[in-house]
Design a protein around this ligand. Structure first.
Ligand SMILES: [Zn+2]
Ligand SMILES: [Zn+2]
Length: 415
């Protein structure tokens, strides 16, 4: 129910005007409020003027990090009264009308207050939302609606205009107030996780899945690396949020990979060119010097006078080998096929176009998989293991023996 400001009669929430006296049920600011803006503006202006006068008279050297300067005070002397008058004359924004009505109904009709706060939040510009969220959270708390209160408090920690008081102080001392607000927000979220009111989720690349993080926002089993795609949810939203976090992680790693590929092309193209010219240069040099030596290997059988020259130099070493030293280049790797083996284990075949060498293992959905390279397919890794459920989406990482970081990571749906 909405109470009329003028005649105090009760009206249903769908009415725009009081059914008794016809007064607007969503009024703008009254005369008293508007006058107070002008008074504040003038008082502020006078105080700034006095401040400017003293600063100029005393010639005090102020530390540079402080925001106060005679110029700024002079500006405020003129600016504050103008701002006051402008605020007094403006049309009250709709979100503010809802917020004012909400505050008036906190005691009268809390439900109406919640509805009005929600309406105000929907209409308010982002910078103004923080304060409204805080007020609504407080009201939810008072009504014993813990879940709703927690959600508002959580949203508050990452809203643009949050921690305005501390922000002002940070700015006054020349600090970056955005950094300050981000730090405060993170501290508050950590505290909410520690209290068990909020759960933190993130993708741990060592577990190869989305895990519930501890209050330090790390995987409970692995202190490093830092979990990716971290997200905060209410305890009963965890299950629904896990696939979303996984999706977010895949999206993030895909853009990261694209950036890496582009960077690789930009840096790698000219580098490859340099290497090629260098290799060709080196190739050409010995061949011109010892032309006779490259071809006559079969000549060895026949004892001829040329043999003496051929046996001494060994230019064949200079021919560069095409295989890379690291065991494989995984930039173009992709899953070639997946399928079930007769013993119930899953076979994942990874295709590495440029070939692969060495010993590998994989972690698929948190399960250890062993990998083999078959002689006739030197560009494939056949990895198999158990414990993965059919129809689920899992993260998979490939590791080379002795190297901690995965050589390749992806997400796929188990057949
Ligand atoms: Zn009325
Ligand atoms: Zn982990």
């Amino acid at each position: 129910m909405i109470q009329c400001v003028k005649c105090q009669s009760e009206n249903t929430a769908d009415l725009e005007k009081c059914q008794e006296c016809g007064t607007d049920l969503l009024p703008g600011e009254g005369l008293a409020d508007r006058l107070s803006y002008i008074v504040y503006g003038i008082v502020g202006g006078v105080l700034s003027g006095i401040g400017a006068y003293f600063l100029i008279q005393s010639e005090i050297e102020l530390p540079e990090c402080l925001l106060i300067s005679p110029q700024l005070c002079l500006l405020a002397t003129i600016g504050l009264p103008i701002m006051g008058i402008a605020s007094a004359l403006r049309k009250t924004p709709l979100y503010q009308r809802y917020a004012t009505r909400a505050r008036r109904h906190i005691e009268l009709d809390p439900e109406q207050a919640i509805a009005d706060f929600s309406q105000a939040l929907e209409l308010a510009p982002e910078k103004e939302q923080a304060g409204l969220l805080k007020e609504r959270a407080e009201l939810y708390g008072k009504l014993g609606m813990e879940e709703e209160a927690t959600r508002d408090e959580l949203d508050y920690t990452s809203t643009e205009g949050a921690y305005s008081g501390g922000r002002g102080i940070a700015r006054f001392f020349g600090a970056d107030d955005d950094v300050y607000a981000a730090d405060r927000g993170e501290d508050d979220r950590k505290a909410m996780v520690a209290a068990g009111r909020v759960k933190a989720l993130g993708y741990c690349s060592k577990c190869a899945r989305v895990v519930e993080l501890n209050p330090k926002l790390r995987c409970p089993d692995h202190a490093s690396p830092k979990p990716k795609a971290v997200r905060f949810v209410l305890p009963d939203e965890v299950e629904a949020a896990i696939p979303e976090v996984l999706n977010e992680y895949t999206k993030e790693s895909r853009t990261k990979r694209n950036v890496a590929i582009i960077a690789g092309l930009v840096v790698g193209g000219p580098l490859l060119c340099c290497l090629l010219t260098y290799a060709i240069g080196r190739l050409r040099f010995p061949t011109t010097q010892a032309t006779a030596t490259v071809s006559p290997i079969p000549v060895v059988s026949s004892p001829s006078p040329t043999q003496e020259i051929t046996s001494t130099p060994e230019p064949t070493i200079l021919v560069p080998s095409p295989t890379s030293v690291t065991g494989g280049d995984f930039t173009d790797a992709s899953i070639m096929s997946t399928g079930w083996l007769q013993d119930g284990s899953l076979l994942v075949t990874l295709h590495i176009p440029s070939g692969v060498e060495g010993i590998y293992h994989a972690v698929v959905g948190g399960n250890e998989f062993t990998c083999d390279i078959l002689e006739e397919y030197p560009d494939r890794l056949y990895c198999h293991g158990k414990g993965v459920k059919s129809g689920t989406q899992v993260g998979a990482s490939w590791y080379q023996e002795g190297i901690e970081l995965p050589v390749y990571e992806t997400v796929f749906t188990v057949p």
